[in-house]
Design a binder for this molecule. Structure first.
Ligand SMILES: [Zn+2]
Length: 310
């Protein structure tokens, strides 16, 4: 027993702790290879401080940086039927779902919230690429409908951040049905005279690009985001031609009239505040007077020693 507790266990612990520390504290930029301190990276909204590469950001972190004081109320999304086709590839669909829920800590691939952004009331929805590729299944359809209904009820604009590999194949035709469903949801906003703003993030592809992600009154994208229906590799193989540099990237689409703007993530909040206030007929925001997404840490006085309280 002594040999195990005194020698083996510390060895095992040291191997694991040695491996964990650098991974937790440092991440490597996938574009330029710079090692970035995690705090510095999250403060910069997961944009590389060295080359400006935009890495993925979770919907929850995005909302924390979008809403005043990082405060938002999650909008309830009706749960769809689980695994209607009893789909199985290498894994059962419910097992894949459980793994994605465990890895992301989220229920599904879209988060809907309401709150204020620069004292401008909005409803926002964000898609999570780390949850099964952000794939559009029945839940995502329900989420967009819930977001649109909430926006109409509260008379607020809807801002949607898209990121998806396309439809969720585990739900077959039912996932494709979300294309017309979400189109109808967007139409509800238009009929109510409310703005619908889409922020396309890397990557937005497939059925998502073919429905709600391209129906915005204003189409914004993050730099270098891949935005397409079929990916460049598929097109290249089909037409047997070399595609131009930057094909289907945000800047290329902006040059070719598919987008209104390409905006850095760090400037996105100010940009969205300006656009939504303009479209809602509100007074323009005065720079510097708006509440920050993350308030300055407030010094909390030390608790009174026990017995002295009251
Ligand atoms: Zn970089």
């Amino acid at each position: 027993m002594n040999w195990i507790t005194n020698y083996v266990r510390p060895r095992i612990n040291s191997i694991f702790s040695r491996r964990e520390v650098p991974e937790n504290l440092w991440s490597k930029c996938t574009e330029c290879g710079t090692m970035l301190f995690h705090r510095e990276l999250s403060d910069n909204l997961n944009v590389c401080t060295s080359c400006g590469h935009h890495m993925a950001i979770s919907p929850r972190d995005r909302f924390a940086a979008l809403f005043d004081g990082g405060v938002f109320v999650q909008v309830k999304v009706p749960e769809p039927l689980a695994d209607p086709l009893h789909f199985r590839d290498q894994k059962r669909y419910p097992d894949r779902m459980k793994a994605a829920q465990r890895d992301t800590g989220e229920a599904e691939a879209m988060l809907v919230a309401e709150g204020e952004m620069g004292q401008t009331p909005i409803v926002a929805a964000a898609q999570d690429f780390s949850f099964m590729g952000g794939s559009m299944g029945m839940y995502v359809g329900n989420a967009i409908i819930a977001a649109a209904e909430r926006a109409v009820k509260l008379k607020r604009p809807l801002i949607l951040f898209s990121a998806a590999g396309g439809a969720r194949m585990q739900e077959g035709i039912l996932s494709l049905m979300q294309m017309p469903r979400t189109t109808v949801a967007v139409q509800m906003l238009k009929e109510a005279g409310l703005p619908y703003i889409v922020v396309l993030t890397h990557p937005t592809t497939g059925g998502v690009t073919a429905s709600y992600a391209m129906l915005g009154d204003v189409q914004i994208a993050e730099p270098n985001a891949l935005i397409c229906f079929a990916g460049p590799r598929v097109i290249e193989q089909t037409i047997r031609e070399k595609l131009p540099e930057g094909f289907q990237r945000a800047e290329y689409l902006l040059d070719h009239g598919m987008l209104d703007r390409v905006v850095k993530r760090t400037d996105m909040r100010d940009e969205l505040i300006t656009i939504t206030r303009m479209l809602m007929g509100m007074t323009p925001a005065v720079k510097g007077s708006l509440p920050r997404p993350d308030p300055e840490p407030v010094a909390v006085p030390a608790p009174a020693p026990e017995g002295k309280a009251e």
